[in-house]
Design a protein around this ligand. Structure first.
Ligand code: PEP
Length: 258
């Protein structure tokens, strides 16, 4: 059975001091969780957050990565730098990066491969805009983004990948996809993974839902058979909301650790 993953995307929020306050409230509430929990702060907080989370169940992820190891790439951060800062995960291809920073499927692919080569778990985001949903091309968009992201990734590497289905129209809007719609697209993503890497690999890959996840909609979403967790934006900035989401996910998906 897949262990649920709840990842908090802090986006461009939290100074080191604010991160300390948030984690001081969060860590005691998630002790012993059966979910895997990861927080993804801005680059400037990564090392401090990793130190604060050391010895807890909470892992640390970055919100982006560059594919080269080092060199003249002003403003970029490499996989070894993230590892050194204490990261285990990295979000790649978030719709805000696609929308505001020109992230392409090709770059998402380079970043995903670089992350995997350096032992970072890529959380690869895919999802359609409102216009695309209304035009009935949701699955086509997710297929294009997923196939683009996974070009040249081996089956052995694919097992470590996390996919986050995040409909763009649901991000930060308070309007979540229905659990049934999210399950339908996520089941389709698993079918694509099965076609590409085989059933066994596809059964191991965790696929998250993201887009206005909050305590009120967590249980219904997480009860769906193909939804293995959540990528949480706004609600991850509040310790009690994020802790509630983790507890509700734990209860809803029935995962038992050995
Ligand atoms: C996100 O940033 O990935 C996200 C899903 O945001 P929110 O939960 O605020 O919609």
């Amino acid at each position: 059975m897949r262990r649920p993953l709840i990842a908090g995307n802090w986006k461009m929020h939290n100074t080191i001091n604010e991160a300390r306050a948030l984690l001081t409230a969060l860590l005691p509430q998630v002790r012993g969780s059966r979910c895997q929990v990861v927080v993804c702060p801005p680059f400037t907080c990564l090392a401090a957050v990793a130190e604060l989370c050391a010895g807890s169940e909470v892992g640390v992820g970055a919100q982006d990565v560059f594919w080269e190891e080092k060199g003249a790439f002003t403003g970029e951060i490499s996989p070894p730098m993230l590892k050194e800062a204490g990261c285990s995960h990295v979000i790649i291809g978030h719709s805000e990066r696609r929308q505001y920073f020109g992230e392409t499927d090709l770059n998402v692919n380079r970043k995903a491969k670089a992350a995997l080569q350096h032992g970072l778990v890529p959380i690869i985001c895919v999802g359609e805009t409102l216009e695309e949903r209304e035009a009935g091309v949701t699955k086509e968009i997710c297929r294009r983004q997923l196939e683009g992201a996974l070009q040249g990734v081996t089956a052995a590497q694919a097992e470590a990948v996390v996919v986050a289905y995040e409909p763009v129209w649901a991000i930060g809007t308070g309007r979540s996809a229905s659990a049934a719609d999210a399950q339908e697209v996520i089941a389709y993503i698993r079918e694509l993974l099965s076609g590409r890497f085989g059933k066994q690999v596809a059964a191991k890959v965790r696929i998250l839902y993201g887009g206005s996840v909050k305590p009120e909609n967590t249980a219904e979403l997480m009860a769906k058979p193909d939804i293995d967790g959540a990528l949480v934006g706004g609600a991850s900035l509040d310790a009690s909301s994020f802790a509630s989401i983790i507890k509700l996910a734990e209860a809803a998906c029935g995962y038992q650790s050995n």
